[in-house]
Write a new protein. Structure first.
Length: 259
C-alpha cells in the first residue's frame, strides 16, 4: 500500500506540473499534501493545512501542514519549499524562526528531509520510491516522548503485576486463615459487591478481583484502577468485566479489610 501511495503521489505531481505549466510550490505541493493525508489516515491521523504554531517565544507561525491525533495532539509537521530555493538554507531559516523540530518533513519536490528531535534523520530524492518509502515510514513511526513513556510504564506494570499478585494472594490467604476479623470483613465485602453488582456473584471472582485491586492500589491507589482495567493491562491478569468492577469497588473499600 505504501508504494502504491507514493506512485500515486508521483503521478499526481506530474499531472499538476503538466497541466499548470509550472513547478511553483503553491501548485505542486498539493501532491505531497495528498500523500501525507492518505498515509496519515492509515494511522488515524488527521491532516490540517496552514497549522498555527506558537513558538517558545510566543510568536505565531504557520506550518504548511500538520498531522494531528484525534485529541488535537500534533504528531508530525510538513513544510513545502520552492524547488528554486536552497532547501538547507530554508530549513535553517524556519528553525531560526521557531518552527517545530520534533518530527517534521521539509520537501521541495526534488528532495525530502526528515528532522526528528532537532536532528536530520534522513534525506532522499522524492523520485526514489524505495528511499521515500523508508523516510515516510520513519516519519510515521515516530513516538512522542510522553506516549513512549506511558507505553513503557504499561509494559513494566504488566511485567511486575504477576509477582505482586502472587504475594498478595498468599498474604490474603494467610489473613483469611488466621484472622477472624478479616474473614468477617471479607464476608461483608462480598455482600456489598452482590448488592452493588449482582446477587449471584461468588467468592472466587471477588477474591481474584480483590487481589488485582490491591496490587493496583499498591501502585497509585484509585488512579491506578483506570490503568489496571485498561485493555492493554487487563488481559495480563485475566480479569473479566465483573472482576474489573469489583476491583474498582475493592480499591474504594480497601481500608475495610485489615490485612
Amino acid at each position: 500500500m505504501s508504494r502504491l501511495l507514493i506512485q500515486q503521489y508521483r503521478a499526481h505531481y506530474d499531472v499538476l506540473k503538466k497541466v499548470s505549466g509550472t513547478e511553483r510550490e503553491s501548485v505542486v505541493r498539493e501532491a505531497f499534501k495528498d500523500l501525507l493525508k492518505s498515509w496519515g489516515r492509515q494511522h488515524d491521523l488527521v491532516f490540517i493545512p496552514e497549522y498555527e504554531y506558537t513558538t517558545l517565544a510566543k510568536d505565531r507561525r504557520y506550518v504548511d501542514g500538520v498531522l494531528l491525533h484525534t485529541l488535537r495532539v500534533p504528531f508530525g509537521y510538513w513544510e513545502a519549499k520552492d524547488s528554486r530555493d536552497d532547501l538547507d538554507t530554508e530549513i535553517d531559516k524556519k528553525f531560526r524562526a521557531g518552527y517545530p523540530r520534533t518530527n517534521i518533513i521539509f520537501e521541495d519536490s526534488i528532495q525530502a528531509v526528515l528532522i526528528q528531535h532537532g536532528e536530520e534523520v534522513m534525506r532522499c530524492g522524492v523520485e526514489d520510491i524505495a528511499a521515500l518509502e523508508k523516510l515516510l515510514k520513519l516519519f510515521f513511526s515516530y513516538e512522542r516522548p510522553e506516549i513512549e513513556a506511558f507505553r513503557k510504564a504499561v509494559e513494566q506494570f504488566k511485567e511486575d503485576l504477576p509477582a505482586v499478585l502472587k504475594a498478595l494472594r498468599e498474604m490474603i490467604e494467610r489473613a483469611h486463615a488466621q484472622q477472624p476479623t478479616f474473614r468477617k470483613a471479607a464476608h461483608g465485602f462480598l455482600k456489598y459487591a452482590q448488592e452493588v453488582i449482582k446477587p449471584t456473584l461468588s467468592c472466587m471472582p471477588i477474591h481474584d478481583a480483590f487481589h488485582h485491586a490491591l496490587a493496583v492500589a499498591a501502585y497509585d491507589g484509585e488512579a491506578a484502577v483506570d490503568l489496571a482495567i485498561h485493555p492493554a493491562i487487563a488481559p495480563a491478569v485475566d480479569i473479566a468485566e465483573d472482576e474489573a468492577i469489583i476491583a474498582a469497588l475493592a480499591v474504594d473499600q480497601k481500608n475495610a479489610l485489615p490485612i
